[in-house]
Design a protein around this ligand. Structure first.
Ligand SMILES: [Zn+2]
Length: 1039
């Protein structure tokens, strides 16, 4: 028994009065609807949570964050830039949640009860499927025996022979007095922390390797910055830094740990490292061919570049799953609590070295489909009776093969033409659709793009009108087109607006565009049919003429009010009249306060944060927009909105239509041409040019035994099976959850077919099919071995971000934590070999679940800090909702690249380092990117040759941090870093504005929130503390 072990006394155990907590309603477990998604019917688990009663640490809710002075714009929230105050009015009654959830349970069911015995607990709770949530976050008392387990021996655990590692102890670090402390139950303020508890970690599984927890004597991870931060940030982070999870505002503070900075920390190097996992996967699989011929094959991580060859299953670029081996039974699924989900990105862009999706025509009969379940012909159909019939792999129905499709079988029962037909040999392909698949049995018209520009005073003043008009002159030549086509079939139209709308007649025969004004915005109509939507080539001159004139026409405007909903209605009416689908590009600078349908009022009420009413902030303020969104979807009108706000614009409401129509939302806070123009234009270019399908409907079919039950993404659903998409582009992913409705057989596996009917940019009706076969097993080991943590996080994020519309955030966070503990406890119980209870054992494929889950819990959306503007939270919520796995992976765990380590002679990007302050170095330059934000952080002692090479200035002091792009210099450093930035940007749908920061300057503070392994600026546990917390939860479940 090592005395140097780490005592598992969780530092998060107890609320501490007097720590400046938020007063608001965290602790009270009133009767609340429950996180619908997980709201099973079973009993609830009374596990304590790190996000419990309302105490926070050294952090006054009323004082604005000090770092807010920094001028940070475009996607990054900067409190200092916010308008000083927003008018606050209480949300109106009669609001309805934008989305319905099932499964409401009064929370009172789940009040604190003492933990049931193991059998009850595991069978009753885990068995109840999906954690039904926590009653109230009961903080275990300090004397809770479960919290102070005996020190434990570190050891390896798993299927392989156990190895034992002695705990490693490092020498005390400077400034921290830390001899291994004497175990003590009480901790006087400022006194010594409890002795380190023996907590060991094992990553069981294939490359099982575990590391004993290394103690680093009481060193807060960010010690190096202590002094500086003390000045800039006050005690706000420092106070929480060395503590425990649950530094969410209102979370339970721990008595002991808060009392003094000195405590034993786990050595971060001894706990699972995202970077290590990413790099090991790269080492193993990078550059290799991933052939999809094997059922249930786990693909390389999204961070590993490889070439995918479709050999019968859809590429992971199209579909990624939370596990590639489904549990055979619902019971087993309930026990493990691993969500069974697929993240589907039907139009994913394929790299040039992979074969494009083939198009198949089954002539006038249309695609061959199963008579019963309507699944499309695919490699999962079994041909029988000499090829005259086939048995459906999904529903087992035996179907006749149409005469034109007949083919003989070989001795293996395979059709002789199997490899000639994409639909018999590939996972992904397209069918030409027949008229039966078209609205009113008529071939669709080519889609339209309508550009709708706010020309109110503020929009003109910030210069974005001129910028947009100039850009469109060239951008219109780059509209998406069919593969072989020389020009785009997409027609374009233009509207400008403030309180009224101006339509333009751009008929090619006109010398000058004609303006038609509609001032009755209450009953929107389109004043012209002919000449509104035109072909770019034909009307080129008139269009250019218009784009030249718009900025001038409104240059002197004093109109400051705008409308918004009527703008969408106008676009919608134009598309209805032209009988086409398409997309609106709306450029709006302010809250639509003009008298009109959909008029909005300023209602940013951050007093609701951390109350049970917080969900109201995420709901739209006017039901009008839900109805409008429905109308848009019914008419295949997708809506993209570009916002240029300098104050609250109610993203929750203005985002409703984009979210439901498969559109995108962009936001440029305090837009200025100089730093932000290029960033916006890059976003606009990407957005206009991306490949896209319109008027789409998606259906996910499965074989008998399970089915799709929940869909999460930027879309609309009118019933429980059909996903309606006004449009879907190459970056949008829909996450689908599956549930058992019967037993699955190991022989048949779990089969998924996603069929997407859509109109392409040329106006052709197509069916895109993706098939994926997964394994099934009755062994937990198989299930856990086949999981993909990145996909799990995508699912958890989207489902949690949806749940907050109806549930208190606290409940949602607790459920996430609880489910994490359940998943890992079930592994421990069923898969790991017996070992000491003090050991934390993580499945190899899921060893990053705790760190990523903690990042999700700390995200702006779930954090619940009144310091964070509501618009920022909602904006992130909407962005994540449509993300694929690549997107969520980098969003929740940003990439931190040590630029000073780049090898200018290599194509490679240096391996990233972990997102923690302690990984930064004075002598280093680091690039951080999360798909939306990008920073270049410059250490005080950055190498002079790099400074010269990258910035062309002699010293650190000369670097101009106002730059938003790096100078294009002809030297290897400059070329290499720009190559790295371009490469990272190419992987995100957003262009990511580059922000340059110098170490120890005020602006550095904004960067800190992205160091996600550390304690959060606005709250949220460090990785180490969260891991300890989860471990404690697991132990509670197992005892
Ligand atoms: Zn069938």
């Amino acid at each position: 028994m090592s005395q140097q072990g780490y005592i598992t006394t969780p530092p998060y155990s107890q609320g501490q009065p007097g720590m400046g907590g938020y007063p608001t309603g965290f602790g009270s477990a009133t009767s609340q609807p429950h996180y619908g998604h997980y709201g099973g019917t079973g009993p609830l688990k009374p596990v304590s949570s790190p996000h419990g009663p309302s105490i926070s640490v050294g952090h006054s809710p009323t004082s604005p964050p000090q770092f807010g002075q920094t001028s940070l714009q475009n996607g990054i929230y900067s409190p200092g830039n916010q308008m000083p105050s927003y008018a606050v009015s209480s949300p109106g009654s009669g609001q309805t949640p934008s989305f319905q959830f099932h499964g409401s349970h009064p929370q009172s069911m789940y009040q604190n009860t003492s933990p049931p015995a193991f059998t009850q607990q595991v069978i009753g709770q885990i068995g109840a499927m999906k954690i039904s949530g926590y009653g109230s976050s009961q903080a275990p008392s300090q004397s809770d025996p479960s919290l102070s387990g005996p020190p434990l021996q570190p050891s390896f655990q798993g299927s392989q022979p156990q190895q034992r590692l002695p705990p490693i102890s490092s020498p005390p670090t400077q400034g921290m007095s830390v001899a291994p402390a004497v175990p003590t139950a009480t901790m006087p303020p400022g006194g010594a922390a409890p002795p380190p508890a023996g907590m060991n970690i094992s990553h069981a599984g294939l490359n099982q390797g575990s590391v004993g927890y290394q103690q680093v004597p009481g060193q807060p991870p960010m010690a190096g910055y202590l002094q500086q931060q003390g000045g800039i940030y006050g005690g706000q982070q420092r106070g929480v830094q060395s503590n425990y999870p649950g530094t969410y505002p209102g979370a339970p503070a721990t008595g002991a740990q808060l009392a003094g900075p000195q405590q034993k920390k786990l050595d971060p190097d001894s706990i699972p490292s995202p970077i290590q996992v990413i790099e090991e996967d790269k080492l193993r699989r990078s550059g290799q061919l991933f052939a999809t011929n094997t059922r249930g094959q786990v693909p390389p991580l999204v961070t590993t570049k490889c070439v995918v060859q479709d050999q019968g299953n859809a590429s992971p670029r199209f579909i990624r799953c939370t596990t590639y081996c489904f549990p055979s039974t619902a019971d087993m699924a309930k026990q493990s609590q691993i969500p069974l989900a697929a993240v589907i990105k039907p139009f994913a862009t394929l790299p040039a070295n992979e074969a494009p999706v083939c198009v198949v025509s089954h002539r006038e009969t249309g695609p061959i489909r199963c008579n019963r379940c309507k699944a499309y012909m695919c490699p999962l159909m079994q041909f029988i009776e000499g090829g005259r019939r086939y048995q459906c792999g999904f529903c087992s129905c035996v179907n006749e093969v149409p005469p034109f499709y007949f083919q003989h079988l070989d001795h293996m029962g395979r059709r002789l033409d199997q490899y000639d037909k994409p639909e018999l040999s590939l996972g992904s392909y397209e069918f030409m659709a027949t008229l039966d698949y078209c609205k009113n049995s008529k071939p669709p018209n080519p889609p339209a793009f309508i550009f709708m520009i706010d020309v109110s005073y503020s929009s003109i003043k910030i210069g974005c009108v001129k910028l947009i008009c100039e850009e469109l002159k060239t951008l219109l030549d780059k509209l998406p087109r069919a593969d072989q086509a020389e020009t785009s079939a997409i027609r374009v139209g233009f509207v400008t607006y403030n309180k009224v709308l101006h339509f333009y007649n751009l008929k090619s025969s006109l010398a000058q565009p004609q303006m038609l004004v509609v001032s009755d915005v209450g009953e929107m109509f389109v004043p012209l049919l002919d000449g509104f939507l035109v072909n770019v080539q034909e009307s080129r001159n008139v269009i250019n003429n218009l784009l030249d004139q718009i900025p001038e026409m409104f240059a002197e405007t004093s109109e400051s009010e705008t409308v918004f909903a009527p703008v969408i209605q106008a676009g919608l009416e134009a598309m209805k009249a032209a009988e086409c689908s398409g997309k609106l590009f709306i450029f709006q600078s302010s809250l639509p306060t003009a008298e009109a349908p959909g008029k909005l009022r300023n209602r940013d009420d951050r007093k609701l944060v951390n109350t049970d009413k917080e969900k109201v902030l995420f709901q739209s303020q006017s039901h009008f927009y839900e109805t409008l969104a429905k109308d848009c979807v019914a008419n295949s009108c997708c809506v993209d909105v570009f916002l240029f706000p300098n104050q609250f614009v109610d993203v929750s409401t203005m985002g409703v239509v984009p979210l439901a129509t498969g559109g995108s939302l962009y936001k440029y806070n305090n837009f200025q041409i100089q730093p932000d123009g290029e960033h916006f234009l890059n976003d606009l270019r990407k957005d206009v040019q991306k490949s896209i399908g319109f008027d789409a409907i998606m259906r996910v079919r499965t074989n008998t035994g399970f089915r799709a039950t929940e869909f999460l993404g930027s879309m609309y659903m009118n019933n429980t099976t059909d996903v309606e998409l006004a449009a879907i582009d190459c970056d949008k992913a829909i996450t689908v959850e599956f549930k058992h409705d019967d037993k699955l057989s190991e022989e048949n596996g779990a089969l998924i077919q996603c069929a997407l009917l859509y109109t392409n940019v040329a106006g052709q009706r197509r069916l895109r099919i993706h098939n994926l076969a997964l394994n099934c097993s009755s062994q937990h080991t198989d299930l856990y071995k086949s999981c993909e943590t990145d996909a799990l996080i995508n699912f958890f994020a989207k489902s949690a971000y949806k749940a907050i519309l109806n549930q208190p955030l606290k409940t949602v966070r607790e459920i996430l934590v609880n489910q994490t503990a359940h998943i890992l406890a079930c592994y421990r119980k069923n898969c790991a070999s017996p070992s000491s209870a003090g050991q934390l054992i993580l499945p190899e494929a899921m060893k990053l679940l705790p760190v990523y889950m903690n990042c999700l819990l700390k995200s702006y959306v779930l954090l619940g800090s009144p310091d964070i503007p509501t618009d920022e939270r909602t904006f992130q919520r909407l962005q994540v909702t449509s993300m694929d796995v690549v997107g969520t992976q980098s969003f929740f765990y940003p990439r931190l690249v040590p630029i000073h380590k780049m090898d200018v002679n290599s194509e490679e990007i240096p391996a990233a380092v972990r997102c923690s302050e302690e990984r930064l170095a004075d002598g280093g330059i680091f690039l951080l990117a999360n798909g939306i934000n990008m920073f270049l952080w410059l250490g005080l002692n950055s190498p002079p040759e790099l400074i010269q090479g990258i910035f062309n200035v002699p010293t650190f002091a000369h670097i101009n941090t106002d730059l938003t792009s790096l100078p294009e210099l002809d030297n290897p450093y400059s070329k290499k870093i720009r190559m790295i930035i371009d490469d990272i940007r190419s992987q995100s749908p957003y262009s990511m504005k580059l922000i340059i920061l110098k170490q120890k300057e005020k602006s550095e503070g904004i960067f800190r929130q992205f160091l996600v392994e550390d304690k959060g600026i606005h709250g949220g546990a460090s990785y180490v503390d969260f891991l300890c917390y989860v471990h404690k939860e697991i132990r509670q479940l197992l005892t």
